[in-house]
Design a protein around this ligand. Structure first.
Ligand SMILES: Nc1ncnc2c1ncn2[C@@H]1O[C@H](COP(=O)(O)OP(=O)(O)OP(=O)(O)O)[C@@H](O)[C@H]1O
Length: 597
């Protein structure tokens, strides 16, 4: 038999058939994978749909019975039920972003924003407390559009603050968040000096994780170099498996604490002299009259108070030291205070004074009476491109400033953006901020806003803030974040996949900016390249802006909060004051952790 005949008639058909089969099986596999993928998304939309009835019910009831103007108390049980349901179905961390933690805030208290002053996104002109979204009947939550083929579901989430720090960073046996198991890395940032006096059991358990080792870390690595080739660098230094050591070596730059200690020698712990514009003022805790709680956080609460001397309203953040120690957040709290003390920017909260007594740490800030951007966004559903552009510009201005001081903020999200009476933003909560010399390895942030390099423990730098800006712009324009899942693990998977679903009618220029910010490779991420923040500022979406006008607050704010006076608390939830138990005093040894506070 002719050899070419065998090839032509027997081998060739077999090979061709095998190829077709292979192609078919690949197609089959691909479609299965797609089904699994969309199934996954459908679960997310399903989650929202499942929440719908309870949430809608509570919304309906809230609007009629939970009305402050009519004086009718809200139907707390129903709202609590909806919350409980959300809490059951969502992970703690994710739930925290969409509903008030069940343990904090008044059950059933509602947002008290009023209609009229907000430029909202399309289809959500009236101000309600609902998280209203059109979800395609047979598509994914993330692909929700304003298409007429969509079914509308109205959800009411109790509007409130996120407990993201606790949920994403504090180890919890209930949580499935893989980052939480790495929580102990946080204490690696403890400087050596804090360990010295430690001898008791609690302290020593902290001390075991407060490694002071700086071995193997090159302090001279410069940030630009780092951006160019940091993965290789990590491998060369063996950092992947031993992030802890390196993180600890990145101690915060000395910000003059010793000088402060000397200065404070003459003062009691709860008072100190501070140079103000009007001369030296001796501050004392008694100068502040506490009026009302406006927020709760992981370690305590934030209260509206009045400075009896200047008669100015301020916000007093009170942190129970026992909680700060228990949750191993000593270094973060000290970072917060030290960094805030150094910075001054129109869009960053101003720290006026800080002190401590034997139980609590106190930080006094300007009071920002408009409430959280989060609340406005949830009420509006989504913002127009113009509104989002305004807030994004103010954040870019603030990030550029912070990064110029080598401060990486690490917690950008709508919950941490407060709106002032004049409609301009104030970034608050510097609990995760850190002054960098190089990169840092601490796993922290809010799941939906975490950059891929944080998840991958590659070591991270200011690039994470530009990533978070991309997430924030998307969330403002679409109404929910680009990477969403019931479980933090699912969120991380989506972040790493880099796959983003876009709304059909999204502003294409804004979309282009988001794409350039949400780049997994941080060396190619806008804001983190050679020209730094300038690349972001020069993007087409910001083309119409004069950046000096942005800084000087000359742009017209899209939202003017409904406030009647500087101490108005109507934009904050009500919190029960009665359950405010005095924090336990810490013993002298633990008190030493806060020597320089
Ligand atoms: N200066 C301020 N003016 C008005 N309200 C404020 C101010 N600072 C904080 N708040 C309110 O208090 C809430 C909690 O504040 P903050 O986030 O700083 O506390 P935290 O303990 O760090 O919270 P978390 O544990 O959620 O990170 C804020 O979400 C905000 O609503």
């Amino acid at each position: 038999m002719d050899f070419s005949y065998i090839i032509k008639c027997i081998v060739f058909p077999y090979v061709a058939n095998a190829c077709i089969l292979l192609k078919l099986s690949l197609r089959l596999w691909h479609s299965c994978w797609q089904q699994a993928w969309h199934g996954d998304h459908d679960r997310a939309s399903g989650l929202r749909l499942r929440l719908g009835p309870a949430a809608s019910r509570s919304q309906g009831e809230k609007s009629t019975t939970g009305n402050r103007a009519t004086g009718t108390p809200p139907r707390t049980r129903t709202i609590a039920e909806a919350q409980a349901r959300i809490a059951r179905e969502m992970s703690t961390a994710t739930c925290a972003r969409f509903c008030t933690p069940l343990t904090s805030g008044p059950a059933g208290s509602t947002s008290k924003l009023t209609a009229g002053s907000v430029t909202t996104g399309s289809g959500s002109g009236n101000m309600t407390s609902s998280y209203k979204k059109k979800i395609p009947s047979n598509s994914t939550a993330a692909a929700a559009t304003n298409d007429s083929s969509t079914t509308e579901a109205t959800f009411t989430f109790k509007l409130g603050r996120s407990n993201a720090r606790s949920s994403s960073n504090v180890a919890s046996s209930e949580s499935s968040d893989p980052l939480e198991s790495d929580y102990s890395e946080e204490e690696e940032e403890e400087p050596e000096k804090d360990q010295e006096p430690v001898t008791n059991s609690r302290s020593s358990s902290t001390a075991t994780t407060t490694s002071s080792s700086a071995a193997g870390h090159d302090h001279d690595v410069d940030e630009e170099e780092d951006d160019d080739d940091d993965d290789d660098e990590e491998e060369a230094n063996g950092r992947d498996g031993d992030d802890v050591t390196h993180d600890s070596s990145e101690s915060i730059e000395d910000d003059g604490n010793e000088t402060d200690d000397e200065e404070d020698d003459d003062d009691s712990e709860e008072s100190s002299s501070v140079q103000t514009a009007k001369g030296v003022r001796k501050y004392h805790l008694d100068d502040y009259q506490i009026i009302k709680t406006v927020g709760t956080g992981t370690f305590g609460r934030v209260c509206l108070c009045r400075d009896r001397i200047s008669e100015k309203y301020c916000a007093m953040k009170i942190l129970a030291m026992t909680e700060v120690i228990r949750l191993k957040q000593i270094e973060h709290v000290k970072n917060e205070r030290n960094i805030l003390r150094e910075i001054r920017h129109p869009f960053v909260i101003s720290l006026e004074w800080s002190t401590k007594d034997e139980s609590n740490l106190y930080m006094i800030f300007d009071y920002v009476c408009g409430g959280e951007l989060f609340t406005y966004l949830r009420n509006a559903g989504k913002f127009t491109s113009q509104t989002s552009n305004f807030y994004a510009a103010e954040i870019v201005s603030a990030l550029e400033y912070l990064h110029s001081l080598q401060v990486v903020y690490r917690d950008l999200k709508p919950e941490n953006l407060l709106i002032n009476r004049d409609g301009h933003l104030k970034i608050t909560d510097f609990g995760f901020a850190k002054k960098l010399r190089d990169r840092t390895w601490t796993l922290c942030g809010t799941p939906e806003y975490i950059a891929p390099e944080i998840i991958q423990s590659k070591g991270h730098n200011k690039a994470v803030d530009w990533w978070a800006l991309g997430v924030l712009i998307y969330e403002m324009l679409v109404g929910y974040p680009p990477f969403y899942d019931e479980q933090p693990f699912g969120i991380y998977e989506k972040i790493l996949s880099g796959k983003i679903e876009w709304e059909r009618h999204m502003d294409p220029i804004a979309k282009d900016l988001i794409k350039k910010l949400l780049v997994n490779d941080r060396t190619k991420r806008l804001g983190n390249m050679k020209n730094g923040a300038d690349d972001v500022k020069r993007h087409r979406w910001f083309k119409h802006l004069n950046w000096n006008d942005v800084y000087n607050k000359k742009l017209k704010p899209p939202i003017l909060p409904d406030v009647h006076h500087d101490g108005d608390t109507k934009n904050f939830d009500d919190y029960p004051e009665k359950d405010w138990k005095p924090a336990k005093a810490v013993d002298q040894r633990d008190l030493q952790y806060f020597n320089d506070f």
